[in-house]
Design a protein around this ligand. Structure first.
Ligand SMILES: [Zn+2]
Length: 140
């Protein structure tokens, strides 16, 4: 009989060493969806996510970059032309979209407000649920 081995949570094998997936319970970043609106000026099937995130690390690490993970009720496509604050990271065309922000965040009190995450969706009743943030931690 094999010994039980605890599962190791790896969000993405491409993540560099020292990067840890912070699930919803980990808590160095809190993510809040402020609004999820239709954006008919972009296209009838276009939507924009307004969200805020705050970094408060209890172990005083800084955040070198952030991956924001959003869950939608339907498959969405990232709109690269309209979105400038974050880059596509993974999940384009699925209901779990991951976008990356390559900006430094201080250990505590770092606030990020983004209102230009545009997605395309064929389902007119689509909604955006909260997600979580993967923090690339730096310890000094
Ligand atoms: Zn962090």
């Amino acid at each position: 009989m094999k010994n039980y081995v605890s599962p190791v949570i790896l969000d993405n094998e491409e993540l560099a060493e020292g990067v840890y997936a912070s699930g919803s319970g980990d808590g160095c970043w809190t993510l809040t969806i402020k609004r999820f609106d239709q954006a008919p000026e972009v296209g009838m099937d276009c939507y924009v996510v307004h969200f805020e995130a705050t970094h408060n690390a209890t172990d005083n690490h800084s955040s070198n970059s952030q991956i924001f993970v959003f869950n939608f009720s339907a498959d969405v496509e990232f709109n690269d032309e309209k979105t400038s604050s974050v880059d596509l990271y993974a999940g384009d065309g699925t209901s779990t979209l991951k976008v990356k922000r390559n900006n430094f965040g201080n250990p505590t009190g770092e606030f990020v407000g983004i209102s230009d995450l545009y997605v395309k969706c064929k389902d007119s009743s689509v909604s955006c649920y909260g997600g979580y943030v993967i923090c690339e931690k730096i310890y000094k």
